[in-house]
Design a protein around this ligand. Structure first.
Ligand code: COS
Length: 391
């Protein structure tokens, strides 16, 4: 049983506590024993389940409800809880939010009304297509082009490492419209998965399987109405979406770390060594203490970032970068310790800590590698110091 005491922290209200409890019960009932042998099929099934049972309604606001807005604390609680139960379930939920995020935050009424009811119901799978072979961390260097042709744009180029690539019904694609060099020359487009000229060039296998692909766009024509926001706004749209969803990556890492800690605590209490439970060895106690501390420190940074955004801060770039950086790096360390406490069983295929060890690794890379988060944090600290006259 995971520690739930954090739910009484002042970042949350009763609606958050009820959500976390209800989803935990749902996950225990619905995710145990899920067959993962066919990743695409399982992912589709998970999106449908999450949609049917109402969890995806938190991933994008309801276009029919003017008061509906993204609650980042709820997104984080959902990712943390799902990740604690099943990494692919977390992925399925997260990508619906990230994929639809540009439409939720910047789409026109028509775009929101067309797509969000479908992503919220789990009837349309969404993907966020930003990275390219030569621009993963350096977004301003995107090479893919979108050229105006009458009332249309023609997309040419490549995207890679695209989560849900191959199974998505809609891709939000960032391309160069040439309004200005660098970051100011990008725009965002909604591209339905069956658009002629969009091809799945390669499926990419990774150590914790989930749908992932390289996409090619050749003479791929979309109407000008597919553009999200204004021409040239693409970089800011991408960054603003990442500002919301980066904290949730930290939350997923936190879910993995909590599960690893739970597994390690159980193991340490049950497994005997030198005539006593492992838990009585002070070296093991030291590891358990560091793991518990890492979990709470991560949670504090994540829910600080989420609460700050929910309170209406226009930008939480620094808070979200800290949450993602700290929680993903800490989770890697927590899970590594859990593997060590499990001894040989820790690296046995099929063990929970073994799969957590594979699941966590990508989170230190995607949606802004740890090094990018450090750049973001340092730049802001330097800018603030310069603005206040330096020290
Ligand atoms: N929200 C809104 N606007 C933002 C922003 C944010 N979070 N971050 C930057 N901007 C704005 C800046 O204010 C600047 O605007 P002006 O031109 O009006 O001054 C503009 O965008 C360019 O910003 P900046 O100069 O910081 O851009 P850089 O090219 O130096 O890029 C990093 C900065 C490295 C931080 C950015 O490219 C990044 O986050 N990279 C990682 C991307 C990523 O997560 N990739 C993984 C793919 S998604 S799975």
């Amino acid at each position: 049983m995971s520690d739930k005491s954090f739910l009484s922290w002042p970042f949350f209200d009763d609606s958050h506590r009820v959500l976390a409890d209800d989803l935990d019960s749902w996950s225990t009932e619905k995710l145990a024993g899920l067959d993962h042998s066919d990743t695409d099929a399982t992912c589709r099934k998970l999106v449908a389940m999450l949609g049917q049972d109402g969890w995806l309604r938190y991933s994008a606001p309801d276009p029919a409800d003017p008061d509906s807005r993204i609650d980042v604390r709820k997104l984080c609680l959902i990712r943390e809880t799902l990740a604690r139960h099943d990494g692919l379930a977390d992925f399925a939920f997260a990508m619906q939010g990230l994929g639809a995020g540009s439409i939720s935050l910047f789409g026109s009424d028509t775009q929101r009304e067309t797509w969000l009811p479908r992503t919220r119901a789990g009837n349309a799978i969404a993907a966020f297509a930003l990275s390219e072979p030569r621009s993963g961390s350096d977004v301003a260097n995107i090479e893919m082009t979108a050229s105006k042709d009458g009332d249309d744009y023609i997309l040419e180029g490549e995207k890679t490492w695209i989560s849900n690539g191959g199974i998505a019904d809609l891709y939000v694609v960032f391309a160069r419209t040439g309004d200005a060099p660098g970051a100011r020359g990008l725009s965002a487009f909604i591209v339905p998965g069956d658009t002629p000229g969009l091809e799945i060039a390669e499926r990419i296998d990774v150590i914790a399987p989930h749908p992932l692909a390289r996409l090619e766009f050749k003479n791929c024509r979309v109407p000008a109405t597919a553009m999200i926001g204004a021409s040239g706004q693409g970089f800011k749209i991408a960054m603003s979406v990442l500002d919301v969803f980066r904290s949730t990556v930290g939350a997923a890492a936190l879910g993995f770390a909590r599960r690893a800690l739970d597994e390690a605590l159980t193991r340490a209490a049950k497994r005997e060594l030198f005539g006593a439970p492992l838990a009585e060895l002070q070296l093991v106690q030291g590891q358990l203490a560091e793991m518990t501390l890492d979990v709470d420190a991560s949670a504090l940074l994540i829910y600080r970032a989420a609460w700050t955004k929910d309170r209406g801060a226009p930008r939480v770039t620094r808070e979200a970068a800290m949450a993602k950086l700290y929680a993903t790096e800490a989770a890697q360390s927590v899970i590594d310790k859990a593997v060590q406490i499990h001894g040989g069983d820790g690296v046995r295929c099929g063990q929970i800590v073994e799969s957590l060890y594979r699941e966590i690794r990508a989170l230190r890379i995607y949606e802004g590698a740890s090094e990018v988060q450090k750049v973001v944090i340092a730049r802001q600290a330097l800018a603030e110091a310069a603005a206040s006259g330096g020290s």
